[in-house]
Design a protein around this ligand. Structure first.
Ligand code: NDP
Ligand code: OXD
Length: 313
């Protein structure tokens, strides 16, 4: 019984080498070169081609090599076997590093100082303390909770929004449709760590951004999105930047990735672009996580972090 790697957009040869090294004694097949369907018990995937997994008669468990499983769930023929996503401390801490970096960059007006440096201007700008700044995190799951806790330690006035109620010490928790308005109204810097589902697609639109608080030292709200590109209405972000609703944005994820060369985000003076690397983790850890789950499954201890196919995350 073998493990099939079905990976697009990342270097599958690297992953094959890694699995061969860490999964001693297991047969590793790599799509499309060595993908005979019989005998594949586990599929480890990143953006696998639609329909591929349905052709594996012996498949028992599918793994997403990312924390988000939306690309796999988009496959209409996805087999009815458990789909496990990545939850790993190394990925979580990398995401939190990135979120803290971006929140501080907006709060400490770093882009304005970059312009001043370019123009050789020596001038301090008005800078309130962190506790005067509302940071709101959409998505209080594994990643959102860790980021909220670390931003709380830095002294920000942190809030979070989720589907179901939460309690996180030091974090004002809101949930559901009723909680969204009050959450946005106290948020100067909006951090998006939601999964992409039918309920969340395109929800970061002009109307939502217009409800953020913008009476702050940044001269508008700031948007930080590391969830998924299709959570955001990209034209609306540009409009909100032009109108001054947004003073700045940091985007790690986009509708189309890689971001096309003609995207206005590349050169926008108020936008910071990173290439879907917010939680760039050590791939050996992710591989070890998958192998640990397979061992647990085979020894009857069960799988963790199985995606809820109804909720879509
Ligand atoms: P989790 O599943 O742990 O958390 C998801 C959170 O979103 C939960 O709090 C959930 O609410 C909330 N949520 C889901 N649907 C809704 C909704 N309709 N309304 C309000 N809240 C909702 O996911 P993770 O924290 O592990 O990851 C989040 C996302 O981050 C991933 O799905 C992926 O898209 C993205 N990601 C991006 C990376 C990058 O490099 N840019 C890297 C890793 C992940 P509740 O708690 O009530 O269920
Ligand atoms: C993701 C990841 O889901 O990189 O984007 O884990």
């Amino acid at each position: 019984m073998s493990i099939l790697l079905a990976i697009q957009g990342w270097d599958s040869a690297d992953w094959a080498e890694r699995f061969a090294r860490l999964a001693a004694g297991r047969e590793i097949r790599v799509w499309p070169d060595a993908a005979a369907p019989d005998g594949v018990r586990y599929a480890v995937c990143w953006h696998p081609p639609a329909g591929l997994l349905a052709q594996l008669p012996d498949l028992e468990v599918m793994f997403s090599l990312g924390a988000g499983a939306d690309a796999m769930l988009a496959d209409r023929d996805l087999p009815d076997v458990p789909l496990v996503r990545i939850v790993d401390p190394s990925l979580t801490s990398r995401m939190t590093e990135w979120v803290v970096l971006q929140v501080l960059m907006h709060h400490r007006l770093q882009r304005a100082y970059d312009v001043q440096q370019h123009d050789k201007v020596w001038k301090g700008l008005v800078q309130p303390a962190a506790d005067a700044v509302g940071v709101g995190i959409m998505g209080l799951g594994v990643l959102g909770t860790d980021a909220a806790e670390k931003l709380n330690i830095l002294g920000f006035d942190v809030a979070g929004w989720s589907r179901s109620p939460k309690q996180i010490p030091g974090v004002a928790c809101f949930h559901g449709n009723a909680g969204l308005g009050p959450f946005l109204a106290r948020t100067d810097i909006l951090v998006v760590l939601l999964p992409l589902t039918p309920d969340t697609a395109n929800m970061i639109d002009y109307d939502l951004l217009a409800n953020l608080r913008r009476t702050n030292h940044m001269g508008g709200a700031a948007l930080v999105n590391a969830g998924r590109g299709r959570l955001q209405a990209e034209e609306d972000i540009l409009r909100a930047l032009a109108d001054g609703i947004l003073a700045g944005a940091t985007l790690d994820v986009f509708h189309e990735e890689p971001l096309p060369p003609d995207s206005p985000f590349w050169t926008h003076p108020k936008v910071t672009v990173t290439p879907h690397v917010a939680a760039d983790s050590d791939p050996d850890y992710l591989c070890a996580y998958v192998l640990r789950q397979i061992e647990n499954y085979e020894s009857g201890r069960g799988l963790e972090n199985v995606v809820d196919r109804v909720l879509g995350y």
